[in-house]
Structure formats: structure tokens, C-alpha cells
Write a protein that binds this ligand. Structure first.
Ligand code: 13P
Ligand code: SF4
Length: 300
């Protein structure tokens, strides 16, 4: 079957928009209506006119889309696609953590469950985390779950940032030694890293940005070679938009296997059967959506 053609046809019949994260496999990025980072896709979900949102990404992204557009049907083509970092903290664990640090504003990275968002004052993504931190007026901030992104934003404020020990297993694996080796091999290359990388790796980067920030940076840079400190999925668009530049990934298996679970067949099946709908408990959603909407009101 020509899945790509069939998906296009079905999407039209169902009045569906297909959103895909930058880490999705090339075929999914090719059929998607919009490809973007977590912030960009949240914004798209909040303003789409389509009745159905097919979210090719991981579970928390589909949950966020549902909370921003509760009147739409949000489908996650592969229900096994989760985010191990989001699962490192629960609502109950966050309540305990907050009790240990009274008086602090709680900021959660968008890579978190709806339950955790419901316990937070503000949300952020890697694309707006610094601006979100700067918008807070308390002296103490609890940042969950990513200790690396939290550490990165702490460089831009004098406020006390209380870190939770969560991390992305894929980005956290990158070491300064691996970067030293790559830099020795490709001395003219620029190193661009995602803020989910450990602080010692971030220190070595020429530029730190979200997945979408990476596209604009590499396009405008005069460098011809780049060492990329994030998931290999971004290679699809980087190579398409910059045929004269070379993109080398910081380590060989820089792959989020959850982001790679979604196949064309999954997208086709969920559209055909209108299956894999993601919903959030109304009470949790009512609390969680406030912190997402507060975030969306802050300029990127
Ligand atoms: P972005 O917000 O940069 O798209 O990152 C999401 C993510 O899961 C990174 O690992
Ligand atoms: Fe989660 Fe890391 Fe995969 Fe992003 S790359 S979805 S943070 S496990």
C-alpha cells in the first residue's frame, strides 16, 4: 500500500492535521503538515481549525495538545511512545518536593505529565525556558524534571534554582570526551547542542538551542560543518535546507527510540479507525492548562 498517499486522503476525509516533532523518522516528517519543536507544535495545536490532531511525537506532547484544544480529537499513532524523562517525576513526588521548598515558584519543563503540570505554576520548553525564568518574581524557583535544562537556565538569573534530578537518557549520555574527540577530528566544525545535554557539554558548545532553533542557527552560520548535540531526527531537515553543509552527530546512536516508534502504518491505522485518542482527566486538565497558557503568553 502507498501509505503516504492513503494518509493524505484519509487526513482530508477526517479533517485532520498531522503534527510531527523534529525527531520523527524522515517518512513521518515528509507527510506531516507541520514539523516543529515542542513549543511550536503546542502553539499549532492551540490554534488549528481542524477537527482532528494526529500527533506524531511522544505521549506528553499529545496530552498538551489535548489540553490546549479540548474540543478536538487528539490521536497518538503509537501509544507506546513515551518520554522516560517525563516519567521520572509524578504529581505525588512533585507535591513532596514542593513541601520541602515552601515559597518557591514551580516551573515544569513541557516534557512532563499532565499531573505534574497540574502541580506547577508555569511551564516552559527548551525554546523559551530562559524567558520563562526571567518572568518569575519570586527569589526561589523549583525546576522539574530536567536537571540539565534547569542548570542551563540558572546561568541567566540570580534567583535560586532548585533542581529535581531528572534527565533525558539520550542527551545526558553525551560526554565532554566525545566532544573533544569530534572537535579534534573536525577542527572547523561548530558544535551546536540542546540544553538537555549535561552542563560540562553545554560549556563546550558554540550555540545552545531547541530543536527548531538549530535549523535557523545552522542556516545563518557561515560554518560549513557542524557537530550536532541532539537527536538524529533533526538531520532530515538540516540536510534538506543546507545541501552545501555537513552535519555530524556528536555520537553514533544519538537516537530517542520512543520518537522512532511511530510508523506510517501507525498513522494510517489511527486515522482509519480513529483510534489511540489521548484525553486528560477534566480536573487535572483544568489545573494544568493554566501553567501552559501562562507560558504561551510569554514571548519566546
Ligand atoms: P524541543 O522542545 O527542543 O523540541 O525538545 C523536545 C525534546 O524532547 C528534546 O529531547
Ligand atoms: Fe524524552 Fe529525551 Fe526522547 Fe526528548 S529525546 S522525548 S527528552 S527521552
Amino acid at each position: 500500500m502507498d501509505y503516504k498517499a492513503e494518509i493524505k486522503k484519509l487526513a482530508k476525509e477526517r479533517d485532520a492535521v498531522i503534527l510531527a516533532h523534529n525527531y520523527q523518522i524522515d517518512d513521518i516528517q515528509e507527510i506531516a503538515d507541520i514539523v516543529g519543536d515542542s513549543l511550536g507544535l503546542s502553539i499549532e495545536a492551540s490554534k488549528t481549525n481542524n477537527k482532528v490532531i494526529v500527533f506524531c511525537g511522544v505521549h506528553f506532547m499529545a496530552e498538551t495538545a489535548h489540553m490546549l484544544a479540548p474540543e478536538k480529537t487528539v490521536l497518538l499513532p503509537n501509544l507506546d511512545a513515551g518520554c522516560p524523562m517525563a516519567d521520572m517525576i509524578t504529581g505525588a513526588k512533585l507535591r513532596e518536593f514542593k513541601a520541602q521548598h515552601p515559597g518557591a515558584t514551580t516551573i515544569c519543563y513541557v516534557n512532563s505529565t499532565a499531573e505534574v503540570k497540574a502541580e506547577s505554576d508555569l511551564c516552559c520548553t527548551s525554546g523559551n525556558a530562559v524567558n520563562v525564568i526571567k518572568s518569575v518574581d519570586t527569589d526561589k524557583i523549583i525546576f522539574v524534571p530536567d536537571k540539565n535544562l534547569g542548570h542551563y537556565v540558572s546561568r541567566f538569573t540570580d534567583k535560586e534554582i532548585i533542581l529535581y534530578p531528572g534527565f533525558c537518557p539520550i542527551h545526558n549520555r553525551l560526554t565532554p570526551k566525545q566532544i573533544e574527540k569530534m572537535k579534534a577530528k573536525y577542527p572547523d566544525a561548530e558544535f551546536v547542542a540542546h540544553p538537555e545535554c549535561p552542563p560540562a557539554v553545554v560549556d563546550m558548545a558554540d550555540h545552545i538551542c531547541s530543536t527548531s532553533g538549530l535549523y535557523s542557527y545552522c542556516k545563518q552560520s557561515s560554518a560549513k560543518q557542524f557537530i550536532i548535540g541532539t537527536e538524529v531526527g533533526v538531520g532530515y531537515r538540516l540536510r534538506k535546507e543546507n545541501p552545501d553543509k555537513e552535519f555530524l552527530f556528536a555520537y553514533d546512536s544519538f537516537i530517542c527510540k520512543n520518537m522512532k516508534k511511530t510508523t506510517l502504518k501507525n498513522v494510517y491505522d489511527c486515522l482509519l479507525n480513529m483510534s489511540n485518542e489521548i484525553t486528560v482527566d477534566a480536573e487535572v486538565s483544568r489545573k494544568a492548562v493554566t501553567c501552559i497558557e501562562r507560558m504561551l503568553a510569554i514571548p519566546r
